[in-house]
Design a protein around this ligand. Structure first.
Ligand code: ADP
Length: 671
C-alpha cells in the first residue's frame, strides 16, 4: 500500500499523536535525567562538606594526640636516670606490640618495654684490661703449658670483678677444648652462661657461652642436646634478651639458625614475627643515627614516617642532643591511635585512612578509591602524615538520593503511562467517531436506496393506471395489489426508522401485556409467508408439525407490536441472506423459565469476526454483497433493543456458508 494511502484518516492522526507522545516522553526523560544529575551533584557536595568537616576534626584530634605523646616524651627525656626505668616502663606498657619507647643519652640507648628490641644500635661494653690475662695467655700460646695456664685462669675465675671472671672462664674453656677435654669445656661454658650480660669482648657472656656450647656439642655429636639448646638460644635472640649490635644479631641468628629445627626459624617464639622484630630494631637504628647526626644542643621535635621494607613506622623524637626520648610506632600502634582519634571525635559515619607524606597508604578503613573523600596533606596539618576521610557507608549517604530517584522515576513512569493511555483513548475515540460517521453515511445511502425501489415501481404503476393504459380488470387488480404491497413495505420502513429514532432518543415505549407466544408466532408466520411466498420462500413453523408447539401454551409479558417487529426482522434477514435454500425454520421451545424462539436459515452465514458486531447499529456484514440485498444496518440493533427491554436476550450462532440461527430468549410470565 502506498504510504499516502496508509496515512489517510484515521491513521495519520494516530501517527501524529504517536509523534507528539514520543516527543513528550523523550522531553520528560531528558528533564528527569537532568534533574537526577543535579540532585546527585548536590548530594555529593553535601557529603563532601561533611567529610571536610570531619577531616578537620580528625586532623585536630590527631594533632592533640601527638602533642600529648610529645609532652610525655619531653617529660621522660628530662626524668632523672634513677626514676627512668619505672616511669618509662609504665608509659611503654600502654604501647602496642609493634611500638617501642626509647630513651637516648650520652651513655647509649635504652628501650622499653624490655626485650622487644632484638638488637641495639650501640653497645657499651666494658672491656676488662687485657693485662689481667697476659700471663695466662703467654703460658697458653707461647709455652703451650695448658695445665699452668688453666690453673691461672681458674684462680682468676674467682675474681670479684665479673668481667674478669667472665674473661677467665672463656679462656679456661678454650684451654679445655685445646686439651680435648670437651665435657670440662661444656661445664665451664655453663658457668660462664651464668654471668648473663657481663661483657666478654663486645658480647654478653651468656650469649658467648651458649653459642660456644653449641659448637662443642656439635663436635661431641650430641645431637638431641644440640638441637634443644640451639632452639632456646634462637628464641632468646629474637626475644631481645641481650643488648647486642645488628652485626652480632645477624651473625648469631645466622649461625644458630643452622642448628635449629625448621619450624623454629619461622617462629622465634616472640609476640611479633621475626620480620617485624627486625623492622622495629631497624627503625630504632635509624632513630639513633638521626639523633646522633643532629645539631648539638638544639631542643627539637622530630616526627616522620620511615619505611623499613614494607613496614611503616612513625618515629617521634623529643629532646636535645644530650638526652632525648622517642617512640617508634609500627602500623599496629598507629591503628590504635587512629581508633583513639575516631573515639574522641564526632566522626560518626566516616572512616579514616592515613598515608605517608607522599601518599603511600599505611592504614585504611575504607575501600581504595571512594567516590567522595576529603584529604588533608601533611603540609596543611603539620602532621607527619596524610589524612584521608571517606564516608563509612556511602550507600547510607545516598539513600535519600536513591529514594528521591525512585519517586521521580515512578512519577515519570506514571506521567508517561498517562500520556500513553490518553493517546490510546484519543485514538480510539477518533477512530470510532470516524467509523460512526462512515456508517452513518452508508446508512443514509442505504435508506435512500430502500425508499427508491418501491417508490419507483409505485410511480410507474400509478402512471400506467392514470393514463388508462391498463385495459384488463385482472391486470389492474394485480397492479393495485403491487402498489398496496409496496406502500405497506414503505410504511414498515418508515415505522422502522421512526422506531429507531425513538430508540436512539430513548423514547421508545412498550405496552406490556400477557401474550401467548405460540399464537403470536403463528400469526407472524402467516403474514410473513404471504409476503415472501411469491418469491418461493417457505417458512416452516415448529418443524412443520400440525398445531405448532403442541398443546402447551407459553405466556410472556410483551409489547405485541414490538415483539412482532423484532421477530419479523429476524425472518426478513433469514430470507434476505438465503439466496439458494429457500426454507426458513422458526420454532419456540421452553428453557428453564424462558421461552426460546429460534429463527434458522441455511443461507450465507456470518463471518466469525462479524458475529458480535451484527447487533451494532448501522453495522452491515459481508452478506450485503449478495446481489440485490438491501438493508440499513439497524434491523438487528432494533431486535436487541426490543428483546433486552423485555428482559430477554438475543444470540446468534452461525457457520459461514452453512446458515445462521438467531435465538431470542424471553422470560415466561409468572402466573
Ligand atoms: P441489514 O439491514 O444489513 O440486514 P441488520 O441489522 O438486519 O442489517 O443485519 C446486520 C448484518 O447482519 C447484515 O448486514 C448481515 O450481514 C448480517 N445478517 C443478519 N442476519 C443474517 C442472516 N440470517 N444470515 C446472514 N447474515 C445475516
Amino acid at each position: 500500500m502506498p504510504i499516502n494511502a496508509w496515512l489517510r484518516a484515521p491513521r495519520h492522526l494516530v501517527v501524529l499523536f504517536l509523534g507528539i507522545t514520543l516527543v513528550l516522553i523523550v522531553a520528560l526523560g531528558w528533564l528527569g535525567g537532568r534533574l537526577l544529575q543535579q540532585d546527585r551533584a548536590l548530594e555529593r557536595q553535601r557529603v563532601q562538606d561533611r567529610l571536610e568537616l570531619a577531616a578537620d576534626r580528625a586532623a585536630a584530634a590527631f594533632t592533640r594526640r601527638l602533642a600529648a605523646i610529645e609532652d610525655s616524651l619531653a617529660r621522660l627525656s628530662a626524668t632523672p636516670q634513677s626514676e627512668l626505668p619505672i616511669a618509662a616502663g609504665r608509659y611503654a606498657d600502654q604501647l602496642a606490640s609493634d611500638a617501642l619507647l626509647v630513651v637516648l643519652t650520652a651513655d647509649g640507648l635504652e628501650s622499653f618495654p624490655k626485650g622487644r628490641l632484638i638488637y641495639h644500635p650501640v653497645t657499651s661494653p666494658e672491656v676488662p684490661p687485657a693485662s689481667v690475662f697476659a700471663r695466662g695467655e703467654a703460658l697458653e700460646f707461647r709455652e703451650r703449658d695448658y695445665e699452668r695456664a688453666g690453673r691461672l685462669f681458674r684462680s682468676l675465675a674467682q675474681s670479684d670483678d665479673p668481667a674478669v671472671r667472665a674473661g677467665a672462664l672463656l679462656r679456661l674453656a678454650r684451654i679445655h677444648r685445646k686439651a680435648d677435654r670437651l665435657d670440662a669445656a661444656l661445664a665451664v661454658y655453663a658457668d660462664l652462661a651464668q654471668l648473663g650480660d657481663t661483657p666478654v669482648g663486645e658480647l654478653p657472656a651468656e650469649l658467648v657461652a651458649r653459642f660456644a656450647r653449641l659448637t662443642v656439642l656439635e663436635e661431641l655429636s650430641r645431637v638431641a642436646e644440640l638441637q634443644l639448646e640451639a632452639d632456646s638460644l634462637y628464641a632468646d635472640l629474637y626475644a631481645g634478651r641481650w643488648q647486642i649490635t645488628r652485626a652480632g644479631f645477624r651473625f648469631h641468628t645466622q649461625e644458630v639458625g643452622r642448628y635449629v629445627g625448621s619450624d623454629i626459624v619461622h617462629d622465634p617464639g616472640n609476640s611479633m614475627s621475626a620480620h617485624k622484630a627486625v623492622a622495629l630494631a631497624e627503625g630504632v637504628d635509624r632513630l639513633w643515627r638521626d639523633w646522633r647526626s643532629g645539631q648539638p644542643d638544639t631542643r627539637s621535635v622530630d616526627r616522620r614516617i620511615v619505611w623499613v621494607g614494607d613496614d611503616p613506622f612513625l618515629i617521634i623524637r623529643v629532646g636535645s642532643s644530650r638526652s632525648a626520648a622517642g617512640i617508634i610506632a609500627g602500623a599496629g600502634q598507629l591503628d590504635d591511635w587512629l581508633t583513639q582519634v575516631e573515639l574522641t571525635q564526632a566522626t560518626d559515619g566516616v572512616a579514616l585512612a592515613i598515608a605517608d607524606v607522599q601518599g603511600k597508604p599505611i592504614i585504611s578503613r575504607f575501600s581504595d578509591q571512594p567516590e567522595v573523600q576529603a584529604r588533608r596533606a601533611a603540609a596543611e596539618t603539620g602532621l607527619p602524615l596524610t589524612l584521608r576521610v571517606a564516608s563509612a557507608s556511602l550507600d547510607a549517604d545516598f539513600i535519600q538520593l536513591a529514594e528521591r530517584r525512585r519517586v521521580m522515576l515512578l512519577g515519570m513512569s506514571v506521567v508517561a503511562l498517562l500520556v500513553l493511555v490518553s493517546l490510546y483513548a484519543v485514538t480510539r475515540g477518533v477512530t470510532r467517531e470516524l467509523e460512526a460517521a462512515r456508517l452513518k453515511s452508508d446508512f443514509v445511502a442505504a435508506v435512500s436506496h430502500e425508499f427508491r425501489t418501491p417508490l419507483t415501481s409505485m410511480r410507474q404503476l400509478t402512471e400506467l393506471l392514470i393514463a388508462g393504459r391498463v385495459a384488463s380488470a385482472e391486470r389492474r387488480a394485480l397492479y393495485y395489489n403491487v402498489i398496496n404491497r409496496e406502500s405497506e413495505r414503505l410504511h414498515r420502513l418508515v415505522e422502522g426508522l421512526l422506531d429507531f429514532g425513538r430508540m436512539e432518543a430513548g423514547a421508545l415505549e412498550f405496552h406490556l401485556e400477557d401474550i401467548e407466544v405460540g399464537a403470536l408466532v403463528r400469526e407472524l408466520v402467516d403474514e410473513f409467508q404471504q409476503e415472501v411466498g411469491e418469491r418461493g420462500y417457505e417458512i416452516v413453523l415448529n418443524g412443520g408439525g400440525e398445531g405448532g408447539g403442541g398443546a402447551d401454551t407459553y405466556t410472556v409479558r410483551a409489547d405485541d407490536e414490538a415483539l412482532k417487529r423484532a421477530l419479523w426482522n429476524l425472518l426478513d434477514n433469514a430470507v434476505k441472506y438465503s439466496p439458494d435454500c429457500k426454507t426458513v425454520w422458526i420454532d419456540e421451545t421452553p428453557e428453564n423459565g424462558c421461552i426460546a424462539i429460534r429463527v434458522r436459515d441455511r443461507g450465507v452465514g456470518i463471518a466469525r469476526a462479524d458475529q458480535k458486531a451484527v447487533f451494532q447499529k448501522f453495522f452491515r456484514g459481508r452478506g450485503r454483497q449478495i446481489d440485490g440485498v438491501k438493508g440499513t444496518g439497524i434491523g438487528l440493533a432494533m431486535v436487541r433493543h426490543i428483546v433486552e427491554a423485555h428482559g430477554g436476550e438475543v444470540q446468534v450462532e452461525s457457520e459461514p456458508g452453512a446458515g445462521s440461527t438467531f435465538t431470542v430468549r424471553l422470560p415466561l410470565a409468572s402466573d
